[in-house]
Design a protein around this ligand. Structure first.
Ligand SMILES: Cc1cc2nc3c(=O)[nH]c(=O)nc-3n(C[C@H](O)[C@H](O)[C@H](O)COP(=O)(O)OP(=O)(O)OC[C@H]3O[C@@H](n4cnc5c(N)ncnc54)[C@H](O)[C@@H]3O)c2cc1C
Length: 679
């Protein structure tokens, strides 16, 4: 038989088992076996929670693939596309080039990725929990929160620092909640200023019981044991929003928590999404023998595949145990195909389930026998020790576990350097981005939504809104440059998505990117100018009410679904410069100008004639325009127009009722100021 090339994409539970079984069955002359994995190690995910909880060292769940798969060619390169029809895969080479790799058989074993974007703010504020880097980051965060809590004098803030909300009550959620709880308890003796009641771990799960993978009696045991150890379990509640302040549930309950861990939300890897093959909820649909449906030389195993287990005719659960078994049987089926023999459908009687739940407790269901508590925990450790893929890893884990039994957990934590970080943030309407007096740590760029800057202008009169910023605007620069605490508060007027740039990174960027430095400097000049340089105009505008400057819109707003051609007709008929655009609730969603029409003409020219009618106003308008409410002052309007060089601003009834009340023109504002100056 001529040498065949068998490629495995993914060196996890499924890929490693498949590669090793293939190597043991096929000689080097018969097959070249290549595994592509984006790391050079296999991650033993059931041990990740132990890394976060400081029970084992971070590198321990990672076994080098070259050690785990002797005789298999290991390539640390990311696969970016698979073209099944041409039997070729494309990968990003170590030098960064896109290269192709032909194969005779391919096994897709890439597991699943995480998608935290299902809940607003989760991707921005929650710690994901899937990789070693995630576990290390969480461990550092726990340590950082302990240090912050230990030195604060504010009892409320101490509780906030020490509250950990874990979203998802499956394997990873339960394991990580148990481990965080254990670490907080073990660390308590080194932090005398922290009281036992200050720390709290909240586990939030949308179903009525934890751990859907185990039998109901063990689920109940898990809940009782975890609650006994102090973990607060919240069942049948969905998380609706995650912010820097904590989580909000679907029933409106809020938990203030400095740390949120997201363990729900799987998503297919992008190359699987692009693959031209049958899928179910993003996973590759397979024939009973694990071939990708209808493709004779492509196979899929593990979490990325939908495989019916002939044992119970049910789709296999996404667990390490099943992934490993599928890997072994897939290898046997490939060998059968190469030798012209018949393949077998996937059949495996699951041996059971094990899950550690904290406090030296676990739940286990092995061959129908249910065990819980300390014995199950001992079993859990023994089984996973056996399952670790290399002797050196087994010894390392055994040593770490023994150490942890004899001595206390390691509370040293690597400090996360937030000053040089860029990250996304989500602020719900009404919440503060920062308050007056807060230390200046970040610079903000708004991607979506509006914030208001609130400052106390006259003593004793409370803060008033002095500026509003919308998408594309930035704020937070003055206190950073002047190296002082915030002298104003910034609050989200709507839900806001922002990019947050740490102090150190901001300093560097504004030093090396000249246009940014210019923008920031001119913003500082603009933002301080109106009130200080034009005190008379400021006083007049302050006394003026919005009603005095509010005018009806010159033309009826357009619907966002109006076609481009119709929109051109409206501009021509009304001799308008701009149109406000509204959705089906008559809420303001955009502004369309003559310039937008001009730009869209290019877009239209590129479309085939039959599709030109499909170009709509919502595709070409400026989305998320700045607006003010009837309650805002004309002084604020003037500041906003000055800041953004605007000639007009739409006015809505309120931030909840976004129907358009009218608009304010710059000329009208100026005329009013001149009139009053001359009186
Ligand atoms: C925190 C946590 C705890 C868990 N606990 C348990 C437990 O106690 N018991 C249990 O049975 N299961 C548990 N699971 C589930 C179990 O880990 C998975 O079911 C199992 O890992 C699936 O194996 P797999 O081979 O399909 O994917 P994985 O093990 O995820 O391996 C996929 C590999 O493919 C690589 N890869 C992905 N995309 C590409 C690409 N484009 N190019 C190259 N390489 C790529 C990845 O880096 C990865 O190494 C847990 C999972 C997590 C996240």
């Amino acid at each position: 038989m001529a040498q065949k090339t068998i490629v495995i994409v993914g060196g996890g539970f499924a890929g490693v088992a498949c590669g090793n079984r293939l190597r043991s069955k096929l000689s080097a002359q018969e097959a070249r076996i290549v595994v592509f994995n984006d790391e050079n190690y296999m991650v033993f995910q059931p041990l990740l929670a132990e890394v976060a909880g400081s029970s084992i060292l971070p590198e321990v769940p990672a076994t080098p693939l070259r050690v785990a798969m002797p005789g298999v060619e290991c390539r640390r390169e990311r696969v970016c596309d698979v073209h099944l029809a041409e039997s070729k895969l494309f990968y990003e080479s170590v030098e960064g080039f896109k290269r192709e790799f032909p194969y005779d058989h391919i096994v897709i074993a890439c597991g699943s990725g995480m998608n935290l974007s299902a809940v607003p703010g989760m991707a921005d504020h929650a710690f994901p929990f899937r990789t070693i880097a995630d576990a290390v980051a969480l461990r550092a965060q726990i340590s950082q929160q302990l240090e912050c809590a230990a030195v604060t004098d504010d009892a409320e803030r101490r509780k906030y620092f020490l509250t950990f909300a874990v979203i998802g009550g499956g394997f990873s959620g339960v394991e990580v909640a148990g481990e965080i709880n254990d670490l907080l308890k073990a660390a308590g003796r080194y932090y005398p200023s922290i009281h036992p009641g200050d720390a709290k771990v909240i586990l939030i799960h949308s179903r009525d019981q934890l751990l859907p993978e185990v039998s109901p009696s063990l689920r109940e045991f898990t809940r009782r044991k975890m609650e006994k150890h102090g973990v607060q379990i919240v069942l049948e509640k969905r998380v609706k929003l995650v912010t820097a302040e904590g989580v909000t549930l679907s029933d409106g309950t809020q938990y203030r928590a400095a740390t949120v861990v997201g363990t729900t939300g799987t998503a297919p890897h992008s190359f699987v999404e692009r693959m031209n093959a049958a899928k179910e909820k993003g996973r590759l649909k397979c024939d009973p023998d694990m071939r990708v449906e209808g493709i004779s030389n492509a196979w899929a195993i593990g979490d990325c595949a939908v495989i019916i287990n002939a044992f119970d005719n049910q789709p296999s659960q996404p667990t390490g145990q099943l992934a490993e078994r599928q890997g072994k049987q897939c290898a046997a089926n490939i060998v059968a195909v190469l030798r012209g023999q018949a393949t077998k459908p996937f059949y495996f009687r699951p041996l059971g389930m094990l899950c550690s739940i904290g406090g030296h407790n676990a739940v286990a269901e092995i061959l129908g026998f249910k065990v819980s508590g300390f014995v199950a925990w001992w079993l859990w450790r023994s089984v996973y020790l056996m399952k670790l893929p290399s002797i050196s890893r087994k010894v390392k884990v055994a040593m770490d576990w023994t150490w942890e039994l004899l001595f206390s957990r390691d509370i040293a934590g690597i400090k996360i350097d937030t000053a040089n970080r860029i990250h996304d943030a989500y602020f719900a309407a009404g919440t503060y981005v920062f308050k007056k007096g807060d230390p200046a740590t970040d610079f903000y760029v708004i991607e979506k939504g509006e914030v208001e800057v609130m400052r106390e202008i006259e003593e004793g009169k409370g803060p008033e809104t002095v500026a509003v910023f919308g998408s594309g605007d930035f704020f937070g620069e003055m206190a950073l440059i002047e190296d002082r605490p915030r002298n104003a508060s910034v609050r989200a007027r709507t839900d806001v998505e922002a990019t947050v740039i740490g102090k150190g990174m901001f300093a560097r960027m504004s030093k090396v990117i000249a246009p940014l430095a210019q923008q920031v400097n001119s913003a500082i000049r603009r933002r301080t100018a109106l009130r200080t340089r034009l005190p008379k105009s400021t006083a007049i505008l302050k006394e003026t009410t919005m009603r005095e400057v509010l005018e009806p819109l010159p033309s009826q707003p357009l619907s966002e679904n109006t076609s481009f051609v119709m929109a051109v007709g409206h501009f021509e008929k009304d001799h308008a410069d701009f149109f406000c655009v509204v959705d089906d609730k008559a809420h303001l969603v955009g502004v369309l100008t003559r310039t937008d029409l001009l730009n869209a003409t290019e877009q239209l020219a590129l479309l085939p004639p039959e599709q030109r009618g499909e170009l709509k106003v919502c595709n070409i308008m400026a989305k998320n325009p700045l607006w003010v409410t009837e309650e805002d002052s004309p002084l604020l309007v003037a500041e906003m127009m000055r800041e953004r060089s605007l000639k007009r601003l739409p006015v809505v009834y309120s931030s909840e009722d976004m129907r358009i009340a009218g608009y304010v023109r710059l000329e009208a504002l100026m005329a009013l100021v001149l009139r009053k100056l001359n009186q």
